[in-house]
Design a binder for this molecule. Structure first.
Ligand code: CO
Length: 280
């Protein structure tokens, strides 16, 4: 048994994407460039509509999966496979872009509070040229565990007997959303070879046995390898616990395209410019 300890605590950076949506980026920054297999993590949240109303107009992706988890608000998704739908509070959209998808994500709300996350998971070379797949998961289809100490929503992986809807995945992802009451513990037996992290939305946590610097809201807590996770809430806390099996291949990034080599990025740009990008 190896206790999982804190490796590094990283402050999410203010950024903007799409047509000027304000967000906080933690993975995909100089401090946490690539936590194999995770390429990017954004928290998008605001009470001010001007921060999100312009949305994410049509744009392409290749070679990655995007997992969008909407905690509060409504966005409309539309893509080149013909998939279309409104994401409401609690819903998840799991998109495997494979060879290429062009999509838009626009607010279906005119005002009010927006809060959500987008995680990018890398795809191995052998899956990067696949046909895109789109999985829409309603909030009530997520796994849900509740006791006096905590609530655990399970998007993928298994907590106690509760399993998430995304299964048989090549990186065996674990994606939990945990609300932990003050003074209580969250314990989990993790697969030893996985890379993992906690994203603390709000609250204050003590993780593992070793002393670590104080956690703060909107921080990425990178974890060392191990199989026994213990998280204690110094005050009521809300966080994501995410883990996945590393892919171990070289990566080349080109904005919304993530491939293995630079020439494959150039090929993606060429395909996009000549209109063959989203043809299968
Ligand atoms: Co996108």
């Amino acid at each position: 048994m190896i206790k999982i300890e804190v490796k590094k605590i990283v402050k999410a950076l203010n950024a903007s994407d799409g047509a000027g949506v304000k967000l906080k980026r933690s993975i995909g920054t100089p401090e946490a460039d690539y936590i194999d297999p995770f390429l990017m993590l954004d928290e998008f949240g605001s009470e001010n509509k001007d921060d999100y109303i312009a949305g994410f107009p049509p744009h392409p992706h290749r070679g990655i999966e995007t997992v969008t988890y909407m905690l509060n608000g409504e966005f409309e998704h539309q893509d080149s496979t013909g998939a279309k739908g409104v994401m409401a509070s609690g819903d998840v959209q799991w998109m495997k872009t494979g060879r290429g998808i062009i999509h838009s994500e626009m607010p279906a709300m005119k005002e009010g509070k927006l809060l959500g996350f987008q995680l990018w998971i890398n795809m191995p070379a052998k899956l990067k040229k696949n046909k895109p797949e789109y999985l829409y998961i309603k909030g009530n289809e997520l796994g849900s565990y509740k006791d006096n100490d905590k609530i655990v929503k399970v998007i993928s992986g298994k907590y106690k007997n509760v399993e998430g809807p995304e299964k048989n995945h090549n990186v065996e992802p674990i994606y939990f959303h945990v609300v932990l009451n003050e003074g209580k513990e969250f314990n989990f037996d993790a697969p030893e070879g996985h890379n993992s992290f906690i994203y603390l939305l709000k609250g204050e946590l003590k993780i593992g046995e070793r002393e670590h610097s104080k956690t703060f809201d909107s921080s990425l807590i990178l974890l060392e390898r191990g199989d026994k996770l213990t998280v204690r809430a110094n005050k009521k806390s809300e966080f994501l616990f995410i883990a996945g099996k590393p892919i171990g291949e070289p990566i080349a990034r080109g904005g919304p395209f993530v491939m293995n080599t630079k020439s494959e990025i150039l090929e993606a740009i060429e395909d996009y410019n000549n209109g063959t990008f989203a043809k299968y």
